[in-house]
Write a protein that binds this ligand. Structure first.
Ligand SMILES: [Zn+2]
Length: 325
């Protein structure tokens, strides 16, 4: 039984100059990516991607501008330098002027721009990293940003928080067109500091890896400040049932979990994870939990790792065995 606690707080700057690589290339990108991935309130599991543009020597000793970007299939939380794709930037950038491109065309084209053999295939969101004209780019899925970017008046709230410093792009499926819209927004306004992607996440950048990391945290922190100031005291309508004392809860779970696990076993055995963090209990004990739990995922990215709605059981321990509906 493990407990996961994700306190609603401002992101913590974990950059350590003594540990960070001196060069500002792939090693530094790896360091920055792992720092971002270590905080799941910034980047959901397997989500988000990061990049760095650096000059490398090719097999003939020629200098080549290389876009290092997260390869598909890795999680930036534990990524290594081998987990990044490397693409020849000069061959990628002309795509910005194309009117459109299907995912298949884009992938086939980018495969041909590989700087080295043997690296993983690039993320589907690679082109936004290429088209944003900054040396280091972070694309994250932060809880604080998504909380606002998924609301109907997301663009107005973002303007209230960031003024002219952030651009907004409406939700469309990740791919060529979304990357082009983000690249165009940044190229048209050199004063921009961030792009907020409706129902999706955030793009931030910097001249150095450290600057990019700190800008990402700053922009997310500003959204969190807004949320802190606007969160109702009881966002879920207050407690409908009281949580059990820890020891009683654990004793009950020992009896309930094997039954649940057996009931959920299909072709493969399942492992259960219990989250009894204060945030989880506040929600599941609340008056609004029954209704809110069934409205669907907050944003499309969350659906990658969850199904559309969870099972809600309206059962309190004091009701005993016969009380379950
Ligand atoms: Zn994304």
């Amino acid at each position: 039984m493990t407990e996961t606690t994700q306190p609603r707080t401002h992101p913590v700057n974990r950059w350590n100059d003594a540990e960070a690589p001196n060069s500002d290339g792939l090693a530094s990108l790896t360091y920055r990516s792992r720092l971002l991935g270590s905080d799941r309130t910034l980047v959901n599991i397997y989500g988000g991607n990061t990049s760095t543009k650096s000059v490398e020597k090719d097999h003939l000793g020629r200098e080549v501008s290389v876009l290092w970007v997260k390869g598909s299939g890795s999680d930036i939380a534990d990524i290594t330098p081998a987990g990044f794709a490397g693409l020849k930037l000069d061959e990628v950038l002309p795509l910005f002027d194309r009117p459109q491109m299907s995912d298949e065309e884009m992938t086939a084209y980018l495969d041909r721009t590989a700087f080295e053999v043997g690296r993983p295939r690039q993320s589907i969101e690679t082109l936004l990293h290429a088209f944003v004209p900054a040396r280091h780019v972070d694309h994250t899925h932060p809880d604080a940003i998504i909380s606002i970017a998924c609301t109907p008046n997301g663009p107005e709230i973002m303007r209230e928080i960031y003024g002219e410093r952030a651009a907004w792009v409406d939700y469309i499926r990740p791919g060529f067109t979304l990357s082009q819209q983000i690249g165009a927004a940044v190229r048209e306004n050199p004063k921009l500091e961030a792009v907020v992607m409706g129902k999706h996440g955030l793009v931030t950048w910097g001249d150095t890896s450290k600057e990019s990391y700190e800008k990402t945290l700053q922009i997310i922190g500003e959204a969190q400040t807004y949320l802190d100031a606007h969160t109702e005291a009881q966002p879920f309508g207050g407690a409908k049932v009281q949580a059990l004392p820890d020891a009683e809860r654990d004793a009950l779970l020992v009896r309930v979990l094997p039954i649940l696990r057996g009931a959920m076993k299909g072709a493969r055995p399942v492992i259960l994870n219990v989250d009894s963090s204060p945030e989880a209990l506040e929600f599941v004990n609340s008056h609004a939990a029954a209704e809110l739990s069934q409205v669907g995922a907050a944003c499309p990215d969350h659906l990658v790792h969850t199904k559309r709605v969870p099972l809600y059981l309206d059962w309190a321990p004091e009701q005993g065995r016969g009380g379950a509906d």
